[in-house]
Design a protein around this ligand. Structure first.
Ligand SMILES: [Zn+2]
Length: 275
């Protein structure tokens, strides 16, 4: 499942590629699951709108749209196209002559002659439109200060790993980056969030910032079938120190990495380096 760095990579690629382009027409597939707004609403909002920017909000890709208001008004009509990639969703820039992949649920045709295609075999991804500014439920990990970060976990009785994954607290952190930042901070995933000392929370904050920024610089982690908007893979999977490395020696101390299950999600850690 794409996490914050992957979605950030896709959003940055799209921002470079399609900002300023105009949506000419929209085709939507017949599967109802991917559409969170009604097809009519999506088509009405997207068609003839200008893409004024693309950015990441939590794990969502937000395409900012503007159009000249039909009514005589100085105000520009603002709307947003919001894409959540779910497990296997991809948002690709393609030329119309490229064969349409199986499981394509939406094709957005641009004035430049290119297309934005939403492809999602497992159909957990979602397309929606909003007329108001879209906000993710949790705090944005890269904009948050260390104090506010610590405050999120102070009274939580859940394991710190689960708290990091809780999208109502933090937006965009998933299994990979939770495991990697807990390793770098030397904290066991099963520790109760409320039991973390101030110093540990500071370390975790620093580790999470570091891991997310390094992963963004590497274009994200290509596990399963993640690719960016140009169809290119990311490289951060080669820098994973614990995630997906069960049984391999810890890169710091040589102890085999352990994998456990916490609240139905796997967690990877070094029993010696993490306390
Ligand atoms: Zn170790």
């Amino acid at each position: 499942m794409p996490e914050l760095p992957e979605v950030e990579t896709i959003a940055r690629g799209l921002a470079r590629n399609v900002t300023g382009d105009v949506i000419e027409s929209v085709w939507l597939g017949s599967k109802p699951e991917p559409l969170k707004s009604t097809p009519a609403e999506i088509v009405r909002t997207l068609e003839h709108a200008r893409i004024s920017g693309v950015r990441r909000v939590g794990k969502h890709i937000v395409v900012d749209l503007s159009r000249k208001s039909r009514v005589a008004s100085r105000q520009k009509n603002q709307a947003q196209w919001i894409v959540h990639l779910g497990m296997t969703g991809r948002l690709l820039v393609a030329k119309p002559e490229h064969e349409l992949p199986k499981h394509t649920h939406a094709v957005v045709r641009l004035r430049s002659g290119r297309e934005l295609r939403f492809v999602d075999p497992r159909r957990f991804g979602r397309l929606a439109v909003a007329q108001q500014s879209f906000h993710a439920p949790g705090a944005e990990p890269l904009d948050l200060g260390a104090e506010l970060f610590g405050g999120l976990f102070r009274k939580r009785k859940t394991p710190i790993k689960s708290a990091l994954l809780n999208q109502k607290l933090l937006s965009g952190v998933g299994n990979i980056y939770a495991d990697e930042s807990l390793f770098r901070a030397g904290i066991r995933p099963r520790r109760r969030a409320a039991s973390l000392t101030r110093a540990e929370l500071q370390r975790l904050y620093g580790a999470l910032q570091e891991v997310l920024n390094e992963a963004i610089a590497a274009g994200g982690s290509s596990v399963s079938d993640y690719v960016d908007s140009n169809g290119d893979a990311g490289f951060f999977q080669f820098q994973h120190r614990v995630y997906g490395r069960e049984g391999e020696p810890c890169q710091v101390c040589g102890t085999p990495i352990k994998r456990i299950v916490i609240a139905g999600r796997s967690a990877h850690y070094c029993p010696k380096c993490q306390r």
